[in-house]
Write a protein that binds this ligand. Structure first.
Ligand SMILES: NC(=O)C1=CN([C@@H]2O[C@H](COP(=O)(O)OP(=O)(O)OC[C@H]3O[C@@H](n4cnc5c(N)ncnc54)[C@H](O)[C@@H]3O)[C@@H](O)[C@H]2O)[C@H](O)CC1
Ligand SMILES: [K+]
Length: 507
């Protein structure tokens, strides 16, 4: 599913009106019908509608008319001078006034109306919000937030459509009905929570009109990225599903490689090889008997990897992951550089692998193959030099420009993980805060290397991997709530890898 920013939506809207000659008032009427359809599902009779002076308010005025005609008990509010309402919104306001409907501008009355309403409709501010919400609307937003059931038109008022940030204050909606495309603000940052359940409705804009926009950001829907999962032929064996190697682990962090190995197996890799210091062989062997092992010497508390043993590994593996629990040591930069310069298969660099890489990120430019990097904001900060706050506020641009400059796939973790190849951007929506737990990233690495080994392209593997990782977290949450652990994620990984994958439909 495509995701647009406010400017792209305006362009699409403008093209529909100017090139396709669809009058704006028709789009607004269709938007009102789309809202009506959702309100009718809610079975409430008393509806309060709070309108702003722009087209978001216009959608609200048109909705009020449709509800009144159907016998709903509706009260309409607008807290600005009606003279400021222009264009299509003005037409809809005038129709209401001509019908003898009063539009109130009284905060006490609003609070009272909301107290006795089944649904409050927030049509105050939409994609046209600029800057912080003005002082005079703050009390109005507070009042809306007291509503029993809050439905926001297009986007919760006060949420920035491009970043999802709260612009001073915002409505926290139960349901948001948006038009034609998801907006970035619905899925990023605080906007994700503020939007509640988001319903995307068509309002009569031709598909070609949207396609002309060449939108480069997309997210999951009921079919995608599940549709990327390859079906298995019956006449296949383990050799068909990849031989993957995971390099990592040290005496103090053996759990990381155990989790990654288990995850790679649970997400379908044919053969999984653990490459770690000998000192942890007994632990890993006891806990992951299904893997094969490539125990190495240990020097000064970290794995010792010389070029000779790396070359052996290259011949045995069609995908490699480097970094889980490996420790952050200067001496590991050489093996990482050697892998980048000589290994021809796809590579995942994670965790301490990224910290090692931060010592000299230019080695990425000599990589022989595509690399997936999976930083969390702290690791991204070490890689780029930007502070974490800046990264969180500019997740898409930071990930995209790094991926482009270093010709790699970046999977920037966090709520709404961003995956990019430097041109296209996938924003993941599966997962929950319970996954902010030790070992969660090691599980993701195992999934990614497993998918690479099974022949998915690096960009597909990163998209699918982040999606599957989130789904396993959502399934683990059902049972363990926020007490879920990384091993619970592993236990839930296999669910999507089934014979009848095409029939699995998600909400
Ligand atoms: N194809 C579509 O998606 C359609 C969308 N519609 C709706 O139109 C709005 C966007 O309308 P627009 O007039 O551009 O902007 P808004 O109504 O969101 O806001 C403008 C309004 O708000 C005031 N304002 C701006 N910033 C602030 C602020 N910081 N504090 C207070 N007030 C502010 C400004 O002065 C204007 O009065 C979209 O969201 C959809 O709901 C169409 O109806 C159908 C087609
Ligand atoms: K709104």
């Amino acid at each position: 599913m495509k995701v647009v920013n406010a400017n792209e939506m305006r362009e699409i809207d403008k093209r529909a009106i100017e090139k396709y000659k669809i009058p704006g008032i028709i789009l607004m009427e269709n938007a009102a019908y789309a809202l009506l359809e959702e309100i009718e599902r809610l079975n409430g009779k008393r509806i309060t509608i709070v309108c702003g002076t722009g087209n978001n308010g216009g959608d609200g005025f048109a909705l009020a008319r449709l509800l009144l005609i159907r016998g709903y008990d509706v009260e309409v509010f607008c807290f600005s001078d009606p003279e400021k309402v222009k264009g299509d919104a003005r037409i809809n306001l005038d129709i209401l006034l001509n019908m003898g409907i009063k539009v109130y501008n009284d905060l006490n009355k609003l609070e009272n109306s909301i107290r006795y309403s089944d649904v409050v409709v927030d049509a105050l501010l939409g994609t046209g919000l600029s800057g912080e919400v003005k002082e005079e609307l703050k009390n109005v937003i507070d009042a809306i937030n007291k509503g029993r059931l809050k439905l926001s038109v297009d986007i919760p008022s006060g949420i920035n459509s491009d970043t999802g940030s709260i612009m001073g204050t915002c409505v926290f909606a139960d349901i948001t009905v948006t038009f034609e495309c998801l907006k970035l603000g619905h899925i990023l940052s605080e906007g994700k929570e503020a939007s509640g359940k988001v319903i995307v409705k068509k309002i009569g804009i031709p598909v070609s009109c949207i396609e002309e926009q060449s939108v480069k950001i997309f997210t999951s829907d009921k079919e995608y990225p599940i549709s990327l999962i390859k079906k298995r032929r019956l006449d296949t064996n383990k050799g068909d599903y990849g031989k993957v190697a995971i390099i990592g682990g040290n005496y103090k962090m053996s759990g990381a490689i155990i989790l990654a190995l288990k995850s790679a197996l649970r997400s379908g890799a044919g053969l999984v090889c653990g490459v770690f210091p000998k000192t942890i062989l007994d632990r890993v062997g006891a806990l992951v008997p299904e893997a094969v092992y490539f125990p190495c010497e240990e020097k000064h508390e970290h794995i010792f990897l010389d070029d000779y043993c790396l070359n052996i590994l290259f011949q045995k593996s069609n995908a490699i992951a480097f970094g889980v629990g490996i420790g952050n040591f200067d001496e590991l930069l050489h093996p990482l550089q050697y892998i980048l310069e000589h290994y021809e298969g796809p590579l995942v660099i994670d965790a301490d692998g990224l910290n090692v890489l931060s010592r000299n990120k230019t080695i990425l430019k000599s990589a022989k193959s595509k690399v997936i990097l999976t930083p969390h904001p702290g690791e991204m900060s070490r890689l780029t030099g930007y502070d974490i706050d800046y990264i969180n506020k500019n997740r898409i641009n930071v990930a995209k420009s790094f991926a482009k400059e270093y010709n790699s796939i970046v999977l920037l973790k966090g709520s709404s993980t961003v995956v990019t190849d430097g041109e296209f951007i996938y924003i993941n929506r599966t997962g929950n805060p319970g996954m902010a737990t030790a070992g969660s990233g090691d599980v993701l690495t195992g999934v990614l290397v497993s998918l690479l080994g099974q022949g998915y392209s690096p960009f597909e593997a990163a998209i699918l991997g982040s999606f599957i990782h989130g789904i396993s977290g959502d399934r683990a949450y059902q049972k363990h709530g926020y007490g879920l652990t990384a091993m619970d994620l592993v236990d839930n990984l296999g669910f999507l890898f089934k014979k009848d994958i095409g029939s699995i439909k998600l909400e």
